[in-house]
Design a protein around this ligand. Structure first.
Ligand code: ASP
Length: 323
């Protein structure tokens, strides 16, 4: 197989500096040498480090576009694509890539590590080799591979700061689990044609609205500024927020009326929004908030950006979330 590996930054290729860990400019070369030394890896690798390597906590939607465009530009030349990325925002990027490469006819696997490649007890090489193995076995789709788990690209959530198992797939079984061999989930191939779309997304067009005890309208006012066209509402439990604060609901109603799509996602981290199960949730529905169902907040955030970037209007976006 011809496998393209993009190093975008992140812990996996970082080295120590006076300010803490920072991306290593020669990491791509080092990784190429290391992979060349593994004799039973019968693949042709092209490893490319981005000119500006970032800690993924600096990532913006423009970085998602850069990665998407990079893969698209090399689409005909490679059989599989691996993106090395920081873990902090990897789940957002993998969700965005799964939208850009819907039903991807080639495997695209994003991975990184908890400990840099060239430190003792690093998980980096295991993750890179697992991602390569996933490309050998999975003919199509976008995935996040981490610590033996192959997760659908739009289902991943960073759920641990320091465990090797930093990512979970709270609402869908993993596609595969890698031990000595792979264990696969059944029924995974799609017959649907792949659709590649890399929209022009605008940083700041989507916001996240937190709900917490004592939340006040003024907390949300600044977040729902004129630039914002989409919002992820991080509600309690099965989709609830205070329904006794009329000012709070009025802010949502006004934003909805001016075309902001507000999507309800539970801050529980797992499970689905059951909009309207409680009066406190019904008030949100009446204010125009739609349900993100069992999607992660990362996936909802990426989907809002993606659909807004395609130029869809609020009604079209609401229909897409209801599907
Ligand atoms: N801050 C790092 C990043 O997201 C963390 C990591 O890679 O694990 O780039």
């Amino acid at each position: 197989m011809k496998i393209y590996i993009a190093y975008t930054g992140g812990t996996i290729g970082m080295v120590a500096s006076d300010q803490g860990l920072t991306p290593d400019a020669v990491f791509a070369q080092k990784l190429a040498t290391q992979l060349a030394g593994i004799k039973d890896l019968a693949h042709e690798f092209a490893i490319h480090a981005y000119p500006e390597l970032i800690d993924s906590s600096n990532a913006t939607v423009q970085d998602w576009q850069t990665i998407g465009q990079d893969i698209y530009d090399r689409w005909q030349d490679f059989d599989a694509f691996i993106v090395l990325h920081g873990t902090d925002t990897m789940a957002y990027t993998s969700a965005a890539l799964s939208l850009m490469f819907e039903n991807s006819a080639k495997p695209i696997v994003i991975t990184g590590s908890q400990v840099p490649m060239y430190q003792a007890r690093s998980d980096a090489m295991n993750n890179v080799l697992g991602a390569i193995s996933a490309c050998e076995f999975v003919a199509q789709g976008v995935f996040l591979f981490f610590a033996g788990r192959l997760i659908e690209g739009d289902c991943a959530h960073k759920s641990h700061t320091s465990d090797w198992q930093a990512f979970s797939s709270p609402n869908r079984a993993e596609r595969g689990v890698l031990g000595i061999d792979w264990r696969w989930r059944e029924g995974q191939m799609t017959e649907l044609p792949s659709e590649i779309q890399i929209p022009d997304m605008q940083s700041g067009a989507v916001t996240i609205l937190p709900v917490f005890p004592g939340i006040q309208a003024s907390h949300w006012q600044g977040l729902l500024n004129e630039q914002v066209k989409g919002a992820v509402l991080l509600s309690y439990g099965a989709g609830n927020a205070p329904d006794k604060d009329l000012e709070l609901l009025s802010i949502l109603r006004q934003a909805n009326a001016r075309g902001v799509v507000i999507v309800n996602v539970s801050q529980c981290g797992a499970g689905s929004v059951a909009a309207g199960a409680y009066a406190a949730g019904s008030a949100l529905v009446e204010a125009g908030v739609i349900s993100g169902q069992a999607m992660t907040y990362e996936a909802v955030f990426a989907k809002l950006h993606f659909l807004l970037g395609l130029g869809w209007n609020a009604e079209q976006i609401k229909v897409a979330f209801a599907a």
